[in-house]
Design a protein around this ligand. Structure first.
Ligand code: IPE
Ligand code: MG
Length: 186
C-alpha cells in the first residue's frame, strides 16, 4: 500500500485576527474580515493537496463574552460568509456541515446553515466542517443529554453504552478524527 503523505483531516482553530489587524493599525474587525476571505483559498488548496476533511473552528461558546460590537460584527461577517459559502460549495463540489449548537444563533443564520447543509449534502469534494457556537464540553453535554433521553425512554440500557454509541451522538459523528491541528496565530 502506498504511504499517505498528506493528512486526511486538518482542523484549523482561527486565531490571531486581532493581532494581525493591530500590526497594520487596523480595527480588530478588519482582521476578522480579512481572515474570513482566506477560508475559500484554504479549502481549495487543501483539496488540491489531497486533504479530504477540513474543520474550521470559527466561533466558540466562549466568544460570546467578547464586546457586543465585536460579536455583532462577527455575526454579520458570518452572515455574508455563509452566503458566499453556498456558491463556493456548488463551484467546488464541497460538502458543508456545521458543528456546534446553532440554536443560539439568529433564526436567519440558522436557516442559512440548514439550507447550506441541505444543498451540499450530496457533494463529493472536500468535507468542510465549520464550528459555530462550538465548545467541546458543550458538545459532550449535548451528547450526554441525548443518550440520557434514550436511557430514560427505555431504548438504551446504561450497560450497552459503548464508545461507538458516544461517537454517534457527537456533532462529528461519521467524520474521521483530525490528523493535524493548526492554530493560526503566532
Ligand atoms: C480569531 O482571532 C477570531 C475568532 C475567534 C472569532 P482573534 O479574535 O482571537 O484574534 P486575537 O487572538 O485577538 O489576535
Ligand atoms: Mg485569540
Amino acid at each position: 500500500m502506498e504511504e499517505r503523505k498528506v493528512p486526511r483531516h486538518v482542523a484549523i482553530i482561527l486565531d490571531g485576527n486581532g493581532r494581525w489587524a493591530k500590526k497594520r493599525m487596523l480595527p480588530r474587525n478588519a482582521g476578522h474580515a480579512a481572515g474570513s476571505k482566506n477560508v475559500e483559498k484554504i479549502c481549495a488548496a487543501a483539496w488540491d493537496m489531497g486533504i479530504e476533511y477540513v474543520t474550521m473552528y470559527a466561533f466558540s461558546t466562549e466568544n460570546w463574552s467578547r464586546p457586543k460590537e465585536e460579536v455583532d460584527a462577527l455575526m454579520k461577517l458570518l452572515h455574508s460568509y455563509l452566503k458566499d459559502c453556498l456558491k463556493t460549495s456548488k463551484k467546488n463540489n464541497m460538502q458543508v456541515r456545521v458543528i456546534g449548537d446553532i440554536s443560539k444563533l439568529d433564526k436567519d443564520l440558522q436557516e442559512r446553515i440548514i439550507e447550506l447543509e441541505r444543498v451540499s449534502a450530496e457533494n463529493t469534494g472536500l468535507h468542510f466542517q465549520v464550528a459555530l457556537n462550538y465548545g467541546s464540553r458543550d458538545e459532550i453535554k449535548r451528547s450526554i443529554i441525548s443518550i440520557a433521553n434514550e436511557v430514560k425512554d427505555g431504548s438504551l440500557l446504561p450497560e450497552d453504552i459503548t464508545e461507538d454509541i458516544i461517537s454517534s451522538h457527537l456533532d462529528t459523528s461519521g467524520i474521521p478524527d483530525p490528523d493535524l491541528m493548526i492554530r493560526t496565530s503566532g
